[in-house]
Design a protein around this ligand. Structure first.
Ligand code: RB5
Length: 147
């Protein structure tokens, strides 16, 4: 599995911590984000990664802004993206189990590096349950066609 990572300027520090964590675990990733000292608006940061996710170049995304919220709203505008802003482990696990989320959004001003890495692990390691949840995810895809 290849992870695409993106961040705006409020997420740079946390991104570097997450990259360190992924490297320690041997998880393959591509960094589409900005470096320390650079600036980008969170919708553009989301777009850079989401287009690679829907094209299949990467398998999951981790997106970081100040709150995790702006970048999740932007990411969810891209057809095929199911992004969830999480700051607790239950949500990070259940957004995989029930929503088949493909993008985890984190707030660099909300969660510390320890919790963020735990959320990343849950997001990457938890499998979608399918079954009745597949039907609901299909309804989301249908909405993308309707509106
Ligand atoms: C940038 O200052 C900040 O507004 C952004 O990172 C994010 O928190 C928006 O939701």
């Amino acid at each position: 599995m290849i992870i695409g990572i993106g961040n705006d300027h409020a997420g740079t520090e946390l991104k570097l911590e997450i990259i360190k964590h992924l490297e320690e675990k041997g998880v393959e990733y591509i960094d589409y984000g900005i470096a320390p000292g650079e600036k980008i608006d969170y919708p553009d940061a989301a777009k850079r990664v989401c287009k690679e996710l829907v094209s299949g170049k990467v398998d999951r995304a981790i997106l970081i802004c100040g709150t995790g919220i702006g970048i999740s709203i932007a990411a969810n505008k891209v057809k095929g993206i199911r992004a969830c802003a999480c700051s607790d482990s239950f949500s990070a696990m259940y957004t995989r189990l029930h929503n088949d989320a493909n993008a985890l959004c984190l707030g660099g001003r909300v969660v510390g590096p320890g919790l963020a890495c735990q959320l990343v692990d849950l997001f990457l390691e938890t499998k979608f349950e399918g079954g009745r949840h597949q039907r609901r995810v299909d309804l989301i895809s249908k909405m993308e066609e309707e509106f």
